[in-house]
Design a protein around this ligand. Structure first.
Ligand code: AMP
Length: 219
């Protein structure tokens, strides 16, 4: 299956993507994670991306599209993938369509995670992420780790992302509304969008998502 996950920052895309990718046996491709890996490795690409990320802005398409394309060209993605955080504007969605067309394949579904704005702000303010694996995500109130600052899953250090500060979150939400939300209409015109509520327990949202993806998976 080839799936795109969309939703505002704090919707739980990373958390859900990890479970969904596992359930569907497809790789989870997150452009935000790819950028963060480049930053921690000190690559040129990381240097180019950093200032945009810290400001909560989108990294320019010239950088992002090439990076996403390289990742999707890897062998493990030949049979399908779950895209998390890409595309993030209509230009990227169009570029993805061209890429897929060149390969003679199509998207199966675009899963839209819906969550009210006040909930998003609460989720991001308390979010703590594992340095070893960004799919290990905790929340100080909703999903606290057993030991403060330590990942339950692997013992890694938990930290607050630089771009999770209140001011940057406001910019990221604005960027989401103005630049990313239009891709939902773009994909709706292709009949690909399934919308679910991202409220409630993580496992309940995963179950809801699997149910919503069933027709695309079976079709
Ligand atoms: P995320 O981990 O998905 O929240 O992404 C963190 C940051 O990485 C975003 O705020 C952007 O600065 C950058 N980023 C991730 N994916 C993209 C993308 N598809 N296009 C442009 N910038 C991106």
């Amino acid at each position: 299956m080839r799936i795109v996950l969309v939703g505002p920052p704090g919707a739980g895309k990373g958390t859900q993507a990890a479970y969904l990718a596992q359930n569907l046996s497809i790789p989870h491709i997150a452009t935000g994670d790819l950028f963060r890996a480049n930053i921690s490795q000190g690559t040129d690409l990381g240097k180019q991306a950093r200032a945009y990320m810290d400001a909560g802005q989108l990294v320019p398409d010239e950088v992002t599209i090439g990076m996403a394309k390289d990742r999707m060209a890897q062998e493990d993605a030949a049979g399908g993938f779950l895209l998390d955080g890409f595309p993030r504007n209509v230009g990227q969605a169009e570029a993805l369509d061209v890429m897929l067309k060149d390969e003679g394949v199509k998207l199966d579904a675009v899963l839209d995670l819906e969550v009210p704005e006040d909930e998003v702000v609460k989720r991001i303010a308390g979010r703590r992420v594992c340095r070893n694996n960004s799919a290990h995500v905790f929340h100080l109130t909703y999903n606290p780790p057993k030991d403060e600052g330590v990942c339950d899953a692997c013992g890694g250090e938990l930290y607050q992302r630089d771009d999770d500060s209140e001011e940057t979150v406001r910019t990221r939400l604005e960027v989401y509304h103005t630049q990313t939300e239009p891709i939902i209409d773009y994909y709706r015109a292709q009949g690909l969008v399934v919308t679910i509520s991202a409220l409630g327990k993580v496992a309940d949202v995963t179950a809801r998502a699997m149910e919503a993806l069933k027709p695309a998976n079976e079709g």
